[in-house]
Design a protein around this ligand. Structure first.
Ligand SMILES: Nc1ncnc2c1ncn2[C@@H]1O[C@H](COP(=O)(O)OP(=O)(O)OP(=O)(O)O)[C@@H](O)[C@H]1O
Ligand SMILES: [Mg+2]
Length: 541
């Protein structure tokens, strides 16, 4: 179907074209820019163009595709670096140089690549949607090939051996082909049988998180923090060290150079859990601040769909996004160009439902093929002026299980990660205790309680010290202040640029236990008449 442009306002284009559907993908102008239908009226449709609209003019043609914005799913996604519309950036660079050329259509997967397909079904077997028909090896992973939602019937032929990306892997008796790769509309969550309550920790190697505010596999976490509080560094540290199978990282509206550095670093690093290359388990989706704003809105959906695809194979997948606020800003920009009624702080009234719809896609699930897979999310939020009452932080808060408040005053003191230990919380902490006690140490709970108590007592004491001065308090209390300071500066601080960047659970526990043991024995010695200054000097020696 063809139509033409009737009006242009930035990335929003009005078109005269009958028969379009909401969220249908269209090609706009002579340059064939990718766009998506976001509003339909009787005589016109409004299209959100995901690329630079410079030079676009009225009356240029518009082409309908009849399909929604979709991603290509298949082997070859891992180690991939894509933009928000899933164009492979590495291949774009080889073809067209370092600057993205608008409307350059490049298929996300490498069409020339050969895969060795191992069937898990035989001729005559019945297949239903989501069932696994076979697998190929993608690096160290078995990449299971699942049937699309339109597959239902008996296999009349199944492939075995070398095939290429576009070949079928099976044919049903009614002639329908099952392909190695499939397309999936990004805004539609991929189906599963049922959700299962999260119950396994997602170990991050960050002491403050694992010990005090643990993440859960299939759970969700947000890291809100003002400017420069260490959101990006923390997201990247979690992406490097998390004990998951696959990591999908979305650089959404943040600085391009940070992403460039991350790519270079990831290429050289090893996954601490398996020793294999970190990139081998990573997919990067990049829509940084220097790329078109509108595609930023689509980028998190592209990423979550890729993450769900690997979850459906029974893997533990972690999706990280930096930052959800930049995505919400893109949504606001699009909404205002559509002249929609603005809600709080100019965001569209559907901001909260869009955020919860997105976060709902996380969870532990039983997949259509009967496997258990999980999709966890760690999202950074950049509240303007560090004001946590703003709508994006609040909407995220309502939907996530772990809240890590990054504190500007801690960051100013160079206490990194700047996680405020009084304001942050994890709803998973209680249910994960059993795991930590069984798998790491039965002492976990007591030591954790000891640590929290100490930090709390320190806070109360500090208020007293502010009034009467340090000389006014007893040695017992000074000892407590000293031990709490050790917890803060050596246990809760973790420099991302040193070998300390990753701390396994056993090391985390023994580090805090050492401090608590020192405190107990020093307290005992004080009771027996020892002098505090001597105890502290001996410890330093
Ligand atoms: N764990 C850490 N170890 C050492 N330094 C850190 C750590 N976390 C943050 N920093 C320091 O803080 C600086 C700012 O961190 P980062 O860029 O992650 O902040 P941000 O919250 O993402 O900022 P923005 O709001 O601009 O996106 C870093 O350049 C680094 O110097
Ligand atoms: Mg940042």
């Amino acid at each position: 179907m063809n139509g033409n442009i009737t009006g242009i306002s930035g990335p929003t284009v009005s078109v005269a074209l009958k028969g379009l559907r909401l969220f249908e993908r269209v090609y706009v102008g002579n340059a064939m820019l990718t766009g998506e239908v976001v509003k339909l009226e009787k005589e016109r449709a409004v299209v959100q163009v995901y690329e630079d609209t410079h030079g676009l003019a009225p009356d240029e043609p518009v082409l309908a595709t009849g399909t929604p914005l979709a991603v290509s799913l298949g082997p070859g996604l891992l180690s991939g670096i894509f933009d928000g519309l899933q164009r492979p950036l590495e291949r774009l660079r080889q073809d067209a140089g370092p600057f993205i050329i608008s409307a350059k259509e490049v298929y996300a997967l490498d069409r020339s690549r050969q895969w060795r397909f191992h069937p898990l079904k035989n001729k005559g077997d019945a297949l239903s949607p989501g069932e696994i028909i076979g697998h190929v090896s993608e690096g160290r992973f078995s990449h299971f090939i699942t049937c699309g939602s339109d597959i239902n019937g008996k296999l009349s032929w199944v492939a075995d051996g070398e095939i290429n990306t576009e070949s079928p892997v099976g044919i049903l008796s009614d002639g329908k082909e099952i392909s190695l790769c499939q397309e999936w509309p990004v805004r539609v969550p991929r189906p599963y049988l049922r959700k299962i309550a999260p119950g396994q920790p997602l170990v991050t190697g960050q002491r403050a998180i694992d010990f005090l505010f643990p993440f859960s596999k299939g759970g969700t976490a947000i890291l809100p923090g003002g400017f420069g509080t260490g959101k990006t560094i923390l997201e990247q540290s979690v992406a490097k060290f998390a004990d998951v199978d696959i990591v999908v990282y979305v650089g959404c509206g943040e600085r391009g150079n940070e992403m460039a550095e991350m790519i270079e670093e990831f290429k050289t690093l090893k996954d601490p859990w398996t020793g294999s290359s970190l990139m081998e388990r990573t997919v990067l989706v990049i829509n940084t601040s220097n790329m078109p704003v509108a595609a930023r809105e689509a980028s998190i959906y592209t990423a979550v769909t890729i993450a769900e695809y690997y979850r459906d194979m029974g893997y533990h997948v972690l999706l990280l996004a930096d930052s959800i606020s930049r995505w919400a800003e893109a949504l606001r920009e699009i909404s205002s160009s559509l002249e929609e009624m603005p809600g709080e702080e100019g965001y569209p009234t559907y901001l909260a439902s869009r955020i919860s719809g997105f976060i709902e896609r996380a969870g532990v699930v039983e997949t259509l093929s009967g496997k258990t897979g999980s999709l966890s999310m760690v999202l950074s939020v950049s509240p303007p002026g560090g004001d946590f009452t703003e709508p994006v932080t609040q909407s995220c808060l309502r939907n996530t299980g772990t809240f890590l408040m990054l504190d500007t005053s801690l960051a100013h003191r160079r206490h990194y990660p700047a996680i405020n230990w009084f304001q942050s919380y994890s709803l998973y902490a209680g249910e994960l205790l059993t795991y930590y006690k069984d798998k790491v140490s039965p002492e976990w709970e007591d030591v954790q309680k000891g640590c929290r108590d100490m930090l709390q007592k320190e806070e109360a004491l500090r208020e007293v010290v502010e009034i009467i001065g340090i000389e006014g308090i007893q040695d017992q209390d000074r000892l407590l202040l000293h031990a709490a300071e050790m917890i803060r500066s050596t246990f809760l601080c973790q420099n991302a640029y040193t070998d300390d960047a990753f701390s396994p659970l056993e090391k985390t526990l023994s580090a805090v236990k050492k401090i608590l043991d020192f405190y107990k024995s020093a307290e005992e010695r004080l009771k027996q008449g020892a002098v505090l200054s001597e105890i502290l000097t001996n410890t330093k020696a």
